[in-house]
Design a protein around this ligand. Structure first.
Ligand code: HEM
Length: 491
């Protein structure tokens, strides 16, 4: 009996030792892997995360990432109990594959799946990679610099008419004002006159329901039947129906409009196929979604920064005076291109407060990165990759006194982002998926701020806003109350 029991324990021990030995041998083999296989990045595992939790819980997103950056360096993998592996890439030196790698080696994977129920199955993440790439080309083509001039007059009309409704003096919540105004500009320049003139209210209401479908829950569970998702699905169907009707009547009309909707209608795939009504409808919803809120936040943060920095407010106002004199009080497209001070004021507001705080990708193939200190790491296939713009924009070896609002850092003397090298400034992304609407965005924010600087004396009544990190796209917390006094009546 005793003999049988000993034999049993001996067999168990043997199996156990064999398993251990096999693991050690496999580990040695991996350690002796070819020289091209660099070590993986340091890992922040579940236990470490639990240890850090009390501190992390009290921090905002940027401080959290900063804390991990300080401790683990510019490349590290957050791996909570092996559930997932998210590798953070911080600083321009380690971004080139992230931004420029082939789509077949690094792409958005299913990380943006939550956009499918917002824009439909026919575009973006709902279609195969080749079709998606062609649709990105349509966006780029519709929004490229050479096509922007024609948007200036409608944009100016919207801005003048909006601020024309302000009194001689008063108080407003600038954040709210910009949200409304950007929706009007977007519907006019992107969607066109049919929607702007005849069905703006209906469009706005439906669009808001689609937009509000994006929340912390829907990002992870885009299809669960919570009320916000149900409202989103209903609104999207109605929106697609409404916009498809507009596309249909445009297609059958001999007159050709000059807005972005028309460009998407006229776009053709490489095989000669025209875009369908639902594709155009989905693409235009996606464009408005990508451009409206980001530009409204850019306008708000620019206001918050300018109105708390008299030196730069004075410089931007002086530039307006000179340009208005040169162009005889009329804003022309070329005049906008000459507003370098205002441009840098907006760019700096977006460095400090990028609306998209973090970019993500999926590694479909193993790749290597080399840090600024010369350390090389192999990033395994399958990892989720995160490029935190909110941390990259604050690196002190790129930006002097990174916490300070200083638009001069982008001026001709310092050019800190140029000196810092490619991917030093990524508020608009970079490389393959660089924002298609950056020039359009600058144009509308400049038209707005040029008008305000030329026509009003403004004072910030609220304190400089804190960032509301509870929002998926962080925004200034609460209202941003401003008092205005009209300098001259509009002619
Ligand atoms: C201040 C305003 C804006 C900011 C900060 C911004 C930021 C960004 C960023 C960071 C990306 C890269 C996403 C990634 O790599 O995953 C992006 C992509 C994109 N943006 Fe913008 N954006 C702005 C305005 C606009 C506007 C006004 C439009 C259109 C009207 C637009 C259309 C797009 C499109 C279509 C893409 C996808 C490009 C692609 O994947 O090929 N954006 N934007």
């Amino acid at each position: 009996m005793e003999m049988a029991s000993s034999a049993k324990w001996f067999a168990v021990a043997l199996v156990f030792i064999t398993v251990i030995l096999l693991r050690v041998i496999r580990g040695r083999r991996m350690a002796a892997a070819p020289a091209s296989e660099k070590p993986p990045p340091p890992v922040v595992n579940g236990f470490t995360l639990l240890g850090l939790l009390p501190r992390l819980l009290t921090m905002d997103l940027r401080t959290k990432i900063n804390c991990l950056h300080d401790k683990y360096g510019s490349v590290f993998t957050v791996s909570p109990f092996g559930l997932t592996n998210v590798t953070f890439l911080i600083g321009p030196e380690v971004q080139s594959h992230f931004f420029q790698g082939l789509e077949s080696e690094i792409n958005h994977g299913n990380l943006l799946e939550f956009l499918v129920p917002m824009f439909g199955q026919e575009i973006g993440q709902g279609v195969d990679a080749a079709t998606r790439t062609e649709q990105s080309r349509f966006y780029l083509d519709a929004l490229k610099q050479s096509k922007l001039r024609r948007h200036l007059d409608p944009m100016l009309q919207e801005v003048e008419s909006y601020f024309g409704k302000w009194g001689l003096e008063g108080e407003v919540d600038l954040k709210h004002e910009f949200e409304e105004l950007l929706m009007l500009i977007s519907s006019r320049c992107l969607l066109g006159k049919e929607v702007r003139e005849k069905m703006f209210d209906e469009f706005y209401k439906l669009f808001r329901d689609v937009e509000n479908g994006l929340n912390m829950i829907s990002v992870f569970f885009p299809y669960i039947p919570i009320p916000a998702n149900r409202r989103r699905d209903k609104a999207r169907l109605k929106l697609i129906e409404l916009l498809s009707g507009t596309v249909r009547s445009r297609k059958s009309s001999p007159s050709v409009e000059e807005d972005v909707l028309q460009r998407l209608i006229d776009s053709k795939y490489k095989d000669g196929r025209s875009t369908t009504e639902t594709e155009v409808a989905g693409m235009i919803i996606a464009l408005i979604f990508g451009g409206k809120h980001t530009s409204s936040l850019a306008s708000t943060w620019t206001g918050a920064c300018l109105l708390t920095h008299p030196k730069f407010l004075a410089a931007a106002s002086q530039e307006q005076k000179e340009i208005m004199m040169k162009y005889e009080e009329k804003i022309e497209y070329d005049a906008l291109l000459e507003m370098n001070t205002l441009h840098n004021c907006i760019k700096e507001a977006l460095r400090l407060n990028p609306p998209t705080t973090m970019l993500v990708r999926k590694a479909l193939k193993h790749f290597t990165v080399r840090t600024r200190q010369g350390q090389e790491y192999g990033i395994p296939k399958g990892h989720t990759l995160a490029s935190p713009i909110i941390q990259n924009n604050y690196l002190p070896y790129i930006y002097k006194d990174p916490e300070v609002y200083d638009p001069d850092r982008f001026g001709p003397i310092r050019q800190e982002d140029v000196v810092g090298g490619k991917f030093s400034y990524t508020s608009f992304g970079g490389g393959r998926h660089f924002c298609s609407g950056d020039a359009y965005a600058y144009m509308q924010v400049k038209v707005i701020w040029s008008h305000l600087l030329n026509n009003f004396d403004l004072k910030l009544l609220s304190p400089y806003p804190k960032t509301d990190w509870s929002k998926l796209i962080p925004e200034p917390q609460g209202n941003m109350m401003v008092s205005y006094k009209r300098r001259q009546l509009l002619g």
